[in-house]
Design a protein around this ligand. Structure first.
Ligand code: G16
Length: 571
């Protein structure tokens, strides 16, 4: 590397260190599943773990560059492949706000990840670009306290990859803090707290959530408890990090009358991460987990399934016929948004012009979209797959509820909405309007149980449980509307990147002819409710096909025909 290129001390030390973190050569490794090019994808770099050592080193340096860009703040990185198999791993980068990497920087991260081993110049150029993008006020301040928090899920490969990440941070001359094993949302929360001057400890996380739950479920003496709402929830932890962390949260909420029965905690000889268990398995297959004894639970038992890094949740109830009633992300969005909207209405005289909006993706069941449009008086926004898209869109509402059908989601309160709720509470108290005060306090306390940085399965469970418990004669979970029959299928093709989509992934632009074929198949179904789309996955090597229709058989026929069309156009 030229002396000019290495003019800053960090560039020199990075260039020296990167030599020791070469990419594995595919022929040495024998791993044919390793990618030839790293793409940032839906939620960060993700692939077979053996291919990721150098990517983690570089991503650690990138996270350090982002901390420096913000004038010495704390950023973060989680080593996780979330819902993917145990043999995969990945990188999720966290900004000082606790949010995800700005999408404009994904290309820069890819430039760094894909640069040749010997090409320190390109790597340093990418890091300089990562450093150059920040809020002007941040960039102006000194970077003396730049820090990167590094966490990992429970995958076996995690320790070595976290070490490579820490080395990447060190190489930039930035303080690296090993936060050990944590859920993805926990690490987001720790980063958020570190930058707002709040306690970023794990204890403080459980304290905040449990105190929020306690406040939200506290009842006045004259109020009735919802007798129908059992106090135990059975949780399928996907044999992942949630198995470790939910027991701490369980201890924190036990004094407030909520008990967790944790299954698939990852500590059995038969444990296998995300394999026949976890939210992806339950939601896509509309079935109960294959381990954990769910088949022996009494019908109607309230259960939750989370994913490998505990940032998604879906509820389900076993039925007497041995089936399952799934309460997916769409249903959770309805429960939460309608509950918030009802509180806003109750507080109406004091809380004007506050709207509750919902953000969905194309996967949202048409019945949920119709229901929400009717209930809230406005259609939910539809954005491409990926928390990063939903979160940003939800920030545009006063109260924005976002959920993917697969269970990623949360509710966000804009700063002005939070302030309006605070002011309205004082006004309602002065007016001694106790129903309005109650509604406003419920909205305040809901904010305390919600992880403010990102969707979080642990926080989501507490919010749902609190809403059910708070609502006398709570609707049975999942009873708001009846889902249209639907199916999501994976198709493996030679090159999934051939598929380009638009209109929030509802239409295909390329390859030519594929959208026409899909349109013709949907028309041929003679079903006005039939809807279908295809998109390349950003976390797995497959194309996803989604079909819904008014009858199960239509869904099956249409799916088969679209799979054939995808194979014909991308084979
Ligand atoms: C990630 C993203 C989600 C997305 C999912 C599937 O989830 O965070 O927003 O829905 O991947 O994406 P795709 O269909 O592109 O594979 P996770 O839980 O794996 O991090």
């Amino acid at each position: 590397m030229s002396a000019d290129a290495a003019r800053e001390p960090w560039a020199r030390s990075y260039a020296e260190a990167t030599v020791k973190h070469a990419k594995p050569r595919r022929e040495d490794d024998g791993d044919r599943s390793a990618p030839t090019r790293f793409a940032y994808g839906t939620a960060g770099f993700r692939t077979t773990a053996t291919a990721l050592r150098s990517t983690c080193f570089r991503a650690g340096a990138f996270a350090a560059a982002r901390a420096m860009a913000h004038g010495g703040k704390t950023t973060g990185m989680v080593v996780t492949a979330s819902h993917n198999p145990a043999s995969d791993n990945g990188v999720k980068l966290v900004e000082p706000s606790g949010g995800t990497l700005p999408m404009a920087l994904e290309g820069v991260a890819e430039m760094l990840a894909n640069a040749e081993d010997g090409d320190a110049e390109t790597q340093v150029r990418a890091l300089r670009e990562a450093m150059a993008t920040a809020a002007p006020a941040d960039a102006a301040s000194a970077n003396a306290s730049a820090r990167v928090f590094v966490a990992r899920d429970t995958r076996e490969s995690g320790r070595a990859l976290a070490d490579a990440t820490l080395a990447g941070v060190h190489a930039m001359g930035v303080e690296a803090v090993d936060r050990g094993i944590a859920t993805t949302p926990q690490l987001h929360y720790y980063v958020y707290c570190a930058n707002v001057g709040a306690d970023d400890s794990e204890r403080a996380y459980y304290d905040r959530l449990s105190a929020g739950y306690a406040a939200l479920t506290e009842r006045d003496e004259d109020e009735d408890e919802d007798d129908d709402h059992g106090a135990t929830v059975v949780i399928d932890c996907a044999d992942g990090v949630g198995g470790v962390k939910l027991s701490s949260l369980g201890e924190a909420v036990a004094p407030y009358g909520l008990a967790f029965d944790l299954r698939n905690r990852g500590d059995e000889p038969t444990s296998s991460l995300n394999d026949g268990v976890g939210s992806d398995f339950v939601q896509k297959g509309k079935t109960i987990p294959t381990r954990g004894g769910f088949e022996n639970l009494p019908a109607g038992t309230r259960c939750v399934s989370i994913d490998g890094d505990a940032d998604r949740l879906v509820y389900f109830q076993t039925t007497a016929a041995g089936g399952v009633d799934l309460v997916d992300g769409d249903q959770l969005a309805v429960l939460i948004a309608c509950w918030m909207n009802a509180r806003v209405k109750e507080a109406a005289p004091y809380l004007n012009d506050i709207t509750v909006g919902v953000v969905q993706t194309a996967y949202a069941n048409g019945a949920s979209t119709e229901f929400l449009t009717r209930e809230l008086g406005a259609a939910p926004a539809c954005v491409p797959t990926g928390v990063k898209h939903l979160h940003h869109r939800a920030e545009e509402f006063d109260i924005g509820v976002y959920f993917e059908s697969n269970g990623h989601g949360t509710a966000l309160f804009s700063p002005s909405a939070s302030k309006a709720i605070e002011d309205a509470t004082v006004e309602a108290l002065v007016a001694r309007d106790m129903p309005a005060v109650k509604a406003l306090l419920a909205l305040t306390n809901a904010q305390r149980v919600i992880n403010p940085s990102v969707g979080d399965a642990m926080s989501g469970i507490l919010l749902v449980e609190a809403i059910l418990r708070r609502t006398v004669k709570a609707p049975r979970l999942g009873s708001f509307y009846k889902d249209l029959p639907s199916r999501q299928t994976k198709v493996v093709v030679a090159d999934r990147t051939k598929i380009q989509t638009f209109d929030a992934e509802r239409r295909v632009a390329e390859p030519e002819g594929l959208q026409d074929a899909i349109d013709a198949i949907v028309r041929a179904s003679n079903d006005a409710r039939c809807r279908a789309f295809v998109r390349p996955s950003g976390t797995e090597d497959c194309v996803r096909v989604y079909v819904e229709a008014s009858e199960e058989t239509r869904v099956e026929e249409t799916t088969r025909a679209i799979v054939r069309a995808v194979e014909a156009h991308c084979g």
